[in-house]
Design a protein around this ligand. Structure first.
Ligand SMILES: *[C@@H]1O[C@H](CO)[C@@H](O)[C@H](O)[C@H]1NC(C)=O
Length: 206
């Protein structure tokens, strides 16, 4: 009899652990977005080559070899991402964040990539899940994850990205922008894409 109840407890604990693991895994999202301001009848469709290429950028941004990244000679800088021209490496040492902005000539696009959680500090930001009101135009009642929001908006990351995008546009004209990242980087990519969409649609941004 006693053995049976222990078995039940064990099953319950396993189930609980499984649910927690599921929750953690579901947070490991990969976000990639292609910003397009096309007409409705020309909606972007899923393109496997572009998706795989953006995964490579999301993978490369994890590397600590900053020289290799800057010159695009790092161990993950090859194959689909060959010929990438780095415009700016963004490293926020205080908040342990990393990203880059550059131009992929074969895609004729600006590519922005964000690294995911790489430190205890990032994990604390991950856990800072309490939601925050998002005050974007035309989005009443929108709420977002506070930690991820701060990682993009309240660090040097946003300024670095906007500055680099401006420079890339000066050099290459009005080309598409693709944003990518894994885990926390995926969440930051989502905030960045929204931010850029709002800014670019504002005529004062040149
Ligand atoms: C996917 O994107 C690549 C790179 O821009 C392009 O060369 C290719 O034609 C696209 N494929 C499809 C099916 O649209």
């Amino acid at each position: 009899m006693e053995q049976k109840s222990w078995l039940r407890v064990a099953i319950l604990i396993s189930l609980l652990l499984y649910l927690v693991a599921e929750e953690v895994l579901s947070k490991c999202i990969l976000f990639t977005a292609e910003l397009k301001f096309a007409h409705k009848d020309n909606l972007p469709v899923y393109n496997h080559t572009i998706a795989m290429t953006l995964v490579e950028y999301a993978s490369a941004v994890y590397l600590k070899d900053l020289t290799g990244l800057a010159t695009w000679t790092c161990s993950r800088c090859g194959d689909l991402t060959e010929g990438f021209e780095m415009i700016e490496l963004i490293v926020d040492v205080e908040h342990c964040l990393q990203g880059f902005v550059g131009v992929a000539k074969d895609l004729n696009a600006i590519v922005i990539a964000f690294r995911g959680s790489a430190s205890i500090m990032n994990w604390i930001e991950d856990l800072y899940w309490k939601q925050l009101d998002l005050k974007y135009p035309g989005m009443p009642d929108a709420m977002v994850h506070h930690g991820f929001y701060s990682s993009y908006h309240e660090t040097t990351v946003r300024t670095g990205v906007l500055h680099a995008v401006k420079r890339a546009k000066e050099l290459y004209g009005d080309i598409n922008i693709m944003v990518t990242g894994h885990s926390m980087g995926g969440a930051m990519a989502a905030f960045c894409a929204l931010d850029l969409a709002v800014i670019i649609m504002n005529p004062f941004f040149s």
